[in-house]
Design a protein around this ligand. Structure first.
Ligand SMILES: C[S@@+](CC[C@H](N)C(=O)[O-])C[C@H]1O[C@@H](n2cnc3c(N)ncnc32)[C@H](O)[C@@H]1O
Length: 306
């Protein structure tokens, strides 16, 4: 299907349809397709529905890279029976993919019933509505996300309980995967508010950047063609399979482990000072790694203190 936009609808191997960016040469949710991948990776894995139920008060989700809204709409559809309030805060620097996806909503399928809500979000930048039992405020911040993180606006945002981090790939969209972006994100978290952040990349340079920022980091579940993804959090208990010393040893040997410090993609081995900073991370402190690995799965390499 061709389009007058920089986007087109493509059919995936499992028969579902997704949005492809001609400029980036990348397809959104290429593995399982938009609805299923969003559900598995960004809703079920971080237990978003259960965590909303467990909370007394408003649950806040940051949706980084709103794109064609598959993640946002999948969260909404999954949360219809939750009675707590939800604040969905979406970030995007172009509304073109969302306009294109809305115009192609029949082929995509996942807009079903939310077309008017999306139209209002596009027109007004904010929409309040009843989503089944749930009262929702959905706000949209249009602009460059790394710049927004550094701005005064970021200080006014409701602090998240979950972040869905879904830009284009590090090779095509390096500005979104730089170490200072994750440091800025972590600094905006409320330390007393547990926050989990799944993302589809499993790259070592991403994981190192997350650790340097202060997150606990673990391997996330497989999705479609990817045998592993990444899940980060400001609380170790929210990371089901934390990276251990075996991963740290592999990172040390990797030719692509030093995080991006500038918005230009390149691959490099770890600098000695980066490795030293990671060794100081509480995740690689024996007690912390042991207690969670014992609960979840056997450690392949035991930390020194175990
Ligand atoms: C893979 S797509 C997101 C798919 C989307 N989450 C969905 O579920 O349909 C990546 C999105 O990140 C957005 N993006 C890339 N760089 C950005 C930046 N610097 N600031 C804000 N958004 C950005 C792109 O415009 C694109 O729509």
């Amino acid at each position: 299907m061709s389009s007058p936009y920089a986007y087109k609808i493509v059919q995936l191997r499992n028969g579902s349809h997704s949005v492809h960016s001609v400029e980036h040469g990348e397809t959104m949710h290429p593995g399982l397709g938009p609805a299923e991948e969003a559900l598995e990776l960004y809703v079920r894995q971080p237990r978003l529905v259960e965590r909303q139920r467990e909370l007394d008060g408003e649950f806040v989700i940051w949706d980084v890279g709103l794109g064609a809204a598959a993640n946002a709409l999948t969260v909404l559809r999954a949360s219809r029976d939750v009675s707590n309030r939800l604040r969905l805060v979406s970030f995007e620097h172009t509304l073109e993919p969302l306009r294109f996806a809305l115009a192609s909503s029949q082929a995509l399928g996942y807009f079903d019933g939310y077309e008017l809500v999306v139209e209002r979000l596009l027109a007004e930048g904010r929409v309040e509505f009843q989503n089944g039992r749930q009262a929702v405020t959905w706000e949209l911040h249009v602009g460059d996300f790394p710049a927004l993180l550094r701005s005064a606006v970021a200080q006014q945002l409701a602090r998240p309980h979950a972040i869905i981090f879904d830009p284009w790939s590090p090779a095509k969209n390096p500005a979104m995967w730089c170490a200072p972006v994750f440091a800025g994100l972590f600094q905006l978290l409320d330390p007393s508010r547990p926050c989990v952040m799944p993302t589809y990349s499993r790259s070592t340079m991403l994981r190192v950047a997350l650790l340097l920022a202060g997150f606990y980091v673990g391997s996330g579940q497989a999705t479609g063609r990817k045998e592993e993804t990444t899940i980060a959090a400001n609380l170790l208990e929210l990371v089901p399979s934390p990276l251990g010393l075996d991963w740290l040893a592999r990172a040390q040997r990797s030719g692509s482990a030093e995080p991006l410090w500038e918005p230009v993609y390149r691959q490099a081995t770890l600098k000695p000072e980066t490795l030293e900073r990671m060794r100081q991370h509480p995740q690689f402190n024996g007690a912390a790694v042991c207690s969670v690995q014992e609960k979840n799965k056997p450690a392949t390499t035991q930390p020194r203190a175990c």
